[in-house]
Write a protein that binds this ligand. Structure first.
Ligand code: GDP
Ligand code: IMO
Ligand code: MG
Length: 426
């Protein structure tokens, strides 16, 4: 029984939801450890598509326990909406199988106002293109030690006083800088409790739940959100999210020792996409980029924005391997590349006149690199029906093996379509 971390190796939307859903069959407990409802994880079950923002993607498998760790930021309103919608579709959403850490920070109404006001106030080049879900401001309050934690929902007086204290500063910003109306502490309290009261039965000690599961010989799957290059420290700062998205945070974000993480699966999309602003060296502003966007249905699962598309960037992957230590790679959306005459892989950058193998560390250095490409033959075959490695056409295998060679990591899963059974195990 091994414990597995699933994380994104690029800029998010690599297909983590599909792979988590697939691996849930072999796990007993599924844990989200960072991010919030900025995530959108798609799972296709037959004709039915589910997009999970906050609740672990393992929820669709009966009997599996799903946990929301301390490293997540949780919007009570979104949580209630998501459980209502899943329950209406027949999914068991009882507190016996879904739990929230008492240490999980809550996204408050003023976090969402601040996220959106701040983005609107920035000049064009400085806009991050956040999801506007209040993620950044919630993590800011956590670090400033003025945050609201889910356990506070069971202590209304404490919650009320924290809201009042937070609004002193927030309202000064809203009225003084952003030209917004001030928020009223009582109204915010009522709004939060309207949803928050429903969360109380779900509160638990997530660290202890995981340790208890281990004591019974069970295995745990840690579901990452976003991707390595959106990491607050290691991503393309400042065009990043506000949490650590790398594999190491699976431990801190759920309350377990890192020595317990046995297997780390990096999810790699066979090309690259990015939503929101920020440097993207291999972005294609041409017909090929358009082809990938259309064929890959590259629209954000949370905001519906068109995803920017480009060639696979092995510099980005090399850095992801260094930061996450993956034991395996799951390569997704390989089917989208069918129909291209040639396929390029960026193997290095030229930066300040030199060839570099890793992303530059200076702020926005990534905006000033030129990709060095190697080109491989494409293929015309539709591979969405392939279920074995042997049945893949030779140029497809060559592409996969080349990625394996460049990254030095075994590609153990190859995904050729959004459905559960469109996956080849190697
Ligand atoms: P996540 O955020 O990493 O979970 O990824 P998203 O769900 O945001 O985006 C991935 C999209 O690609 C979803 O619409 C999936 O259904 C779809 N998808 C996943 N794997 C494959 C694949 O191998 N081929 C194709 N064509 N689509 C896939
Ligand atoms: P999943 O888990 C892709 C991006 C936003 C924006 C930046 C900061 O589905 O892969 P934020 O709201 O987090 O402050 O926005 O991060 N972003 C994502 N991009 N996939 C995601 O999640 C993302 N979550 C945030 O577009 O550029
Ligand atoms: Mg997504």
């Amino acid at each position: 029984m091994s414990n597995v971390v699933v994380m994104g190796a690029q800029w998010g939307d690599e297909g983590k939801g599909k792979i988590v859903d697939l691996l849930t069959r072999e796990s007993d407990v599924i844990v989200r450890f960072q991010g919030g409802n900025n995530a959108g994880h798609t799972v296709l079950v037959g004709e039915k598509q589910y997009i999970l923002h906050l609740i672990p993607s393992g929820i669709l498998h009966e009997g599996k326990k799903c946990l929301i760790g301390n490293g997540v930021v949780l919007d009570p309103e979104v949580f209630c909406r998501e459980i209502d919608s899943l329950r209406a579709q027949g999914v068991d959403m009882s507190p016996a199988r879904l739990m929230i850490s008492r240490k999980t920070h809550l996204i408050m109404p003023y976090h969402k106002v601040l996220d959106q006001a701040r983005e609107a106030h920035k000049c064009k080049d400085a806009k991050i293109g956040t999801t506007g879900r209040g993620i950044g401001p919630c993590y800011e309050d956590k670090s400033a030690r003025i945050g609201v934690r889910s356990a506070d929902l069971a202590m209304p007086e404490l919650l009320r006083s924290k809201i009042e204290a937070a609004l002193v500063e927030k309202n000064a910003l809203f009225t003084g800088l952003y030209g917004q109306q001030p928020l009223d502490a009582d109204a915010v309290f009522e709004e939060v409790m309207a949803h928050g009261a429903k969360l109380v039965p779900y509160l638990a000690d997530v660290s202890s739940e995981i340790h208890d599961a281990w004591a019974e010989g069970r295995s745990v799957l840690f579901e990452g959100a976003q991707g390595t290059h959106l990491d607050i420290d290691h991503g393309t700062y400042p065009f990043v999210t506000s949490s650590n998205t790398v594999s190491g945070n699976a431990a801190a974000g759920s309350g377990v020792p890192p020595t317990k993480l046995d297997r780390i699966i990096a999810i790699v999309k066979a090309y690259t996409t990015r939503v929101g602003a920020g440097p993207f060296p291999t972005e294609l502003d041409d017909a090929t980029g358009e082809y990938l966007q259309q064929k890959g249905h590259e629209f954000g699962a949370t905001t519906g924005r068109k995803r920017r598309c480009g060639w696979l960037d092995a510099v980005v992957l090399r850095e992801s391997v260094r930061l996450n230590g993956p034991t395996d790679i799951a390569l997704t959306k390989l089917d989208v590349l069918s129909g291209l005459k040639e396929i390029s892989i960026c193997t290095a950058y030229t930066y300040r006149g030199e060839q570099v193998a890793y992303p530059p560390q200076e702020q926005n250095g990534m905006a000033h690199v030129t990709p060095v490409y190697e080109t491989m033959p494409g293929w015309d075959d539709d591979i969405t029906g392939c279920t074995t490695w042997e049945s893949l056409p030779a140029p497809v295998k060559a592409y996969v093996l080349r990625i394996e060679e460049i990254t030095g990591v075994r590609i153990s899963l190859v995904s050729v379509g959004p459905e559960r059974d469109q996956t080849i195990r190697r």
